[in-house]
Write a protein that binds this ligand. Structure first.
Ligand code: ZN
Ligand code: ZN
Length: 443
């Protein structure tokens, strides 16, 4: 086909191209000055930037006028270690000018340094500036938060070789509360292959939310047989199979793991038998296998990673393991549930990252008031879990670089601040302390 554009089409394209913006430099300067002021909550910067009749639609879905914007700036609390200031910058600025009207589109990057880690959030902003009485001001504004890049997208960015650590669920205990944190699960991706450590209720959903296709499931590790750690032992491979899994899945866990998977297979026998015939699927029972880990030591060794288990102390559970993953670029230890355990210190020695469970002792009373019919819950919690202070002692004794708090008990009490969770750890550990969140990727 002849590719030259017809004169009419060429003209149409020329008209569609943005007109040169004579005020581009001035508007860019204005925007940058505003963002620098907004990072300091500077009222004057807001006064100058917004027109009296501005219509502002925020990324939270709230629509405000100038008076409300200014009132929010006035009432904003001063930055604290728990709620540090966010620095705003503009990237990919595009300006289209039509006489005394200009459309400014850019990506707003908010950078917050908190608990030793840097968090960024990206927003697509589009504003309409009007020049009235010789000065440019914003008459309308729209902000849309961009989703964080998925694990898959990040994989493409770095070629998929880096070992990634993503917290899928960070609330200790089997209770579901419908909001906030999900039940425990941690995901490692080593050379593109996912390793799921613990699979409490909701793990399948959280894996998808992290952008990892269920059909890529390959390895599952269970630390111990409390249901907040193994409820999806059968369900996770089943959900992967329902999504089209065609490759093996191997699960490792304390004695009983193999029998549990077989029990699950009986539970879904009718469904699986039917779908093999009805839909031509492979046999799930031939794809998914479980292996009992009867003693500490090396559990799995392949070309990418060596996985080693240590026996930790989690009464009344007899077989509770922590797992250490040694990949080429990174070593990561997952504590599982444990009280202070010297065995964990040994396992974690020199590791880059220790993901450790945590119990905030002053939060126990509130937790107990929310859980009826659990008369010995307090005794169990104190005997079987680790205070922030002890997490700090373990991390310091092991000499790890970073400790990541997860498996929060209580994990459903928003009155406990990140600083309260981290404070006790910092008393004994001088490295980086990360207060975990669901779907957080630990850099
Ligand atoms: Zn647990
Ligand atoms: Zn447990």
């Amino acid at each position: 086909m002849h590719l030259a554009l017809s004169p009419v089409l060429s003209l149409a394209l020329a008209l569609a191209a943005p007109a040169p913006a004579p005020a581009a430099a001035e508007l860019t300067r204005l925007l940058k000055a505003f963002l620098s002021g907004a990072s300091r909550n500077d009222l004057a910067a807001h006064e100058r930037f917004w027109a009296e009749d501005v219509i502002y639609t925020g990324s939270n879905g709230r629509r405000r006028g100038k008076a409300e914007i200014l009132a929010d700036v006035r009432s904003a609390p001063a930055p604290t270690p728990e709620a540090p200031a966010t620095i705003f910058t503009a990237e990919d600025i595009r300006i289209q000018q039509y006489g005394s009207t200009a459309i400014v589109a850019f990506r707003l990057v908010g950078t917050t340094t908190k608990a030793g880690t840097v968090e960024t959030a990206n927003y697509l902003n589009t504003g309409t500036f009007l020049r009235r009485d010789g000065r440019w001001q914003v008459a309308s504004w729209q902000a849309t938060r961009m989703p964080a890049p998925t694990v898959e997208a990040r994989k493409e960015m770095d070629g998929g070789t880096r070992t990634r650590l993503v917290l899928l669920g960070t609330k200790g205990g089997p209770r579901v509360d419908g909001g906030g944190r999900h039940n425990p699960s941690t995901l490692l991706i080593v050379n593109g292959t996912p390793y799921v450590v613990d699979c409490g209720y909701g793990t399948s959903y959280q894996m998808m939310a992290a952008g990892v296709p269920l059909t890529s499931l390959r390895y599952v590790f269970v630390t111990h047989h409390h249901a907040d750690h193994d409820l999806e032992l059968g369900l996770l491979p089943y959900n992967a199979w329902a999504a089209g899994l065609g490759t093996p899945v191997d699960a490792y866990g304390p004695p009983g793991t193999e029998a549990m998977l077989q029990t699950f297979f009986r539970y879904v026998q009718t469904d699986v038998d039917t779908r093999i015939v009805d839909e031509g699927r492979p046999d799930l029972r031939a794809l998914a296998s479980a292996h009992d880990v009867t003693a500490p030591g090396v559990v799995l060794r392949n070309a990418d990673v060596t996985v080693t288990a240590a026996r930790v102390r989690h009464p009344m559970i007899e077989h509770a393991y922590a797992y250490r993953f040694d990949a080429r670029d990174r070593s990561v230890v997952i504590s599982g549930d444990t009280a202070f355990s010297p065995e964990l210190v040994e396992l974690a020695r020199g590791a880059d990252v220790l993901v450790h469970e945590v119990l905030y002792v002053p939060g126990i009373d509130g937790l107990i008031s929310r859980v009826p019919h659990a008369t010995r819950l307090r005794e169990h919690l104190l005997a079987a879990h680790t205070s922030p202070e002890d997490v700090g002692r373990v991390a310091a004794a092991a000499g790890v670089k970073t400790v990541v708090l997860s498996h929060f008990v209580p994990g459903d009490d928003p009155s406990i601040t990140d600083e309260q969770w981290a404070e006790g750890v910092r008393r004994h550990f001088k490295g980086t302390v990360v207060v975990g969140r669901d779907l957080m990727e630990v850099p």
